[in-house]
Design a protein around this ligand. Sequence first.
Ligand SMILES: [Zn+2]
Length: 533
Amino acid sequence: MIFFSAEAQLLKDKSQFTRQDTLRGSITPEREWWDLTYYHLDIEVSPDEKFISGKNTIHYKVLKSKQVMQIDLQDPMQMLKVTQNGQNLDIVHDGNAHFISLNKPQNIGDYNSIVVHYKGYPREAKRAPWDGGFSWKKDNNGKHFIATSCQGLGASVWWPNKDHMYDEADSMLISVTNPKGLMNVSNGRLRKLEDLGAKVKSHWFVSNPINNYGVNVNIGDYVNFSEEYNGEKGKLDMDYWVLSYNLEKAKKHFKDAPKMMKAFEHWFGPYPFYEDSFKLVEVPYLGMEHQSSVTYGNKYKKGYLGSDLSSTGWGLKFDFIIIHEAGHEWFANNITNKDAADMWIHEGFTAYSENLFLDYYYGKKASADYVIGTRDNINNRKPIIGPYGVNKEGSGDMYYKGANMLHTLRQLVKDDELWREILRGLNSDFYHQTVTTKQIEDYFSKKTKKDLTAFFNQYLRDIRIPKFEYKISDDVLSFRYVNIVDGFDMPIEVEIDGKTKWIFPNSEWKSIPYQGKTFEVDRDYYVYAKQVN
Ligand SMILES: [Zn+2]
């Protein structure tokens, strides 16, 4: 997802949660007993009617012997019938959750499947991708230009599935029928294109685990160009699907894509989906991290629609959407949060990746300028981590406060090779997994050999930014932290007469001898520094 102003966050803000939120956001007993293995989503999209219909075949492995299964599909979409081995099954509808009674015994270890038939006029996106659904737009030639986006809202807004982040299909086939003259581009690789007379049917196969919100349909008057990228894991197909009249523009502008791949493979390790290729797909909204089909709508401009989120100028060195959304291939698609409350794992690391891209091409100072510049986007009104179990993400600070927290942590590690090893290690040790914040915290503590409990509590679970207070008097420097959680004692670097020195503040005043003329706190640490005498 893309950073948006506090306004959008507040629109979505709520403190009261309903039973529907719990059904959607928790691992209910009707979800927990089965492990999702495979989806075959097979739909027809009718652009003139803004209507879709079809079915999803859901394959699963039985973990516990139970008979009732929860499948999600949001109003106004209609679940028409569900079958297993050709037999119709009973369904109890409870809002957007549908409880299906299976007839045959579900034996532990068995691999079974159900077929869910559905249809409807899916919710239209109001402000994609933040307030998503189907975008039914037209291109400059008046041709249909259609795309889905559903992060947060959930994929069940347009197709029936197990709509919780913790469990991913191990692979997936997406089959889409649409009018001839238009092409559908979904995730993974195009396996087959069928000519059905007035219609065409495309079959896209994803051979890796995929999160629900990453699944997408994009239909338009597309043309395609591609290149082969020599990456860490060998040859990677990079494919670009753009509107026919944007081809020449895209060929020039998308040079940022291989540049991105080079920088991110350096920092994070091999692109996590070589088998499925990498794609950029033009869409009628700003963009989204759809796995192996990253969607693009930044109007072929540098920065974020031509502007720089850091206000330093560095943000205009790259196309924000290409860099940010592709960064999510590592953090969001490879390493995925189990609960939406931990969405900073997607956005904090990916916002941070923007400055690592700059670091790779323009050096450390440029990257520090950028990430420090983005501090102006931080509100500190709500914690980064949201409430668990109700499908609710934390505050928008997960982006740039998250990025500045990681930038601060890099200073504490003070060893860029180790830092890079940790970032790459996360991507190999949690390869294709869903994780919790705790797992990420523990990983950093282990790899840095530091107890980072208070550090993460401060930045992820509290809204206060540590205030570093200091006094200089009579050859003595005194300092302490205020506005901190219990146990927060982050070492910090200061410059005395241009020379860097580590000091070790905590909540109590400490003093050290001081003969300096100039004193400065290293700006790389996200703290407020204040002289108090
Ligand atoms: Zn994002």
